[in-house]
Design a protein around this ligand. Structure first.
Ligand SMILES: Cc1cc2nc3c(=O)[nH]c(=O)nc-3n(C[C@H](O)[C@H](O)[C@H](O)COP(=O)(O)OP(=O)(O)OC[C@H]3O[C@@H](n4cnc5c(N)ncnc54)[C@H](O)[C@@H]3O)c2cc1C
Length: 293
């Protein structure tokens, strides 16, 4: 299975084995199979923060996009969502129910599982502020899902414990603020989306911001100040619209994007002595990794 169709950058080679389970039970059975066969495994969501190698991935790649569904309790503000539920539709559903707290999330094209792993955030908000707990499964014991509360997840800027441990997120629970005016929450949600689509290259394949911000500096400002907008390697280009985005202008390979990332890192380091670290996760083999994610 070619993984380019499963990433928002539209790059990536073949998975040796690939599955899109329709249910938690199927996912657990597939993990058990990978364990029995002693195969390496990995899980992806919407592939919106992934750079997958042109050489593809060994073992089993699971995509959680079909694990959808959510239960929303308007009176208490509690939402339980399956790992594959898209974040933008979660934000819209919450707004329509008069629940505040996810207005920032509408422009993030990932899944609930990916947002929990990455502590996705935007416009002053982040997943850690609204997530109460996740249901996870350890592939060593796929028959026994368990719960981790937010304070067990070590959330930090674009970080969670889930990036360090081989656990698969099956579902997440969110606590939002109930009793808000649905029209007002929806209006704030739409305004957030508009402000992003008017300042970021949403029409071209990308993975959003490539680099973490080296606080208090902004990665995009550092890159733009060096005149690197429009810098290209093959089909990969530093977006002329937003310097922290690398876009696939057509026909880019993962190697093109990887080399462009390294060039930007080198130029920023040479000019400012600042090491830019990618926010995006690389999967599979890459040559000449300058700075690991
Ligand atoms: C146009 C655009 C704009 C973006 N804007 C933002 C933004 O404003 N803020 C922001 O934070 N991000 C942004 N992103 C990046 C991305 O959308 C987020 O990081 C998102 O949370 C990734 O979710 P995903 O489902 O696509 O995860 P993927 O990219 O598929 O995976 C990301 C990581 O999570 C792991 N993972 C995914 N699902 C599971 C699971 N069920 N269990 C265990 N591990 C899992 C993967 O193995 C990988 O390590 C943007 C991306 C794009 C393309």
């Amino acid at each position: 299975m070619g993984l380019a169709d499963y990433t928002t950058w539209r790059v990536g080679g073949e998975a040796q084995w690939f599955a899109e389970p329709d249910s938690r039970e199927q996912l657990q059975a597939l993990l058990a199979w990978a364990q029995r066969e002693q195969l390496p495994w990995g899980v992806i969501g919407a592939g919106s923060n992934l750079l997958i190698s042109d050489q593809g991935l060994p073992g089993l790649t699971l995509c959680n996009r079909r694990l959808q569904g959510l239960a929303l309790e308007a009176s208490s503000g509690l939402i339980e969502a399956e790992a594959g539920e898209p974040i933008p539709s979660l934000a819209r559903r919450a707004a329509r129910a008069g629940l505040a707290g996810l207005e920032w999330a509408v422009g993030i094209p990932g899944t609930v599982g990916g947002a929990a792993v990455m502590n996705a955030g935007a416009q002053g908000g982040c997943t850690a502020e609204v997530l109460r707990s996740v249901t996870v499964v350890d592939p060593q014991r796929p028959e026994a899902p368990f719960e981790l509360t937010a304070d067990q997840l070590d959330f930090a800027y674009r970080h969670s414990r889930l990036q360090l441990e081989p656990l698969v997120v099956l579902a997440a629970r969110f606590q939002l603020q109930p009793g808000q005016d649905p029209a007002a929450v929806s209006q704030r949600t739409s305004a957030n989306l508009h402000s992003r689509t008017s300042t970021q290259p949403y029409q071209q394949p990308s993975c959003g911001s490539v680099f973490r911000n080296p606080e208090p500096q902004k990665a995009g400002q550092l890159i733009e100040a060096l005149g690197l907008k429009g810098l290209k390697v093959g089909g990969a280009e530093v977006s002329p619209i937003h310097a922290n985005f690398i876009v696939n202008t057509g026909g880019a390979t993962a190697a093109d994007i990887d080399q462009l990332i390294a060039q930007v890192q080198d130029r920023v380091h040479a000019a400012h002595g600042i090491a830019l670290h990618p926010e995006v996760k690389r999967l599979g083999p890459f040559e000449g990794l300058a700075l690991a994610a």
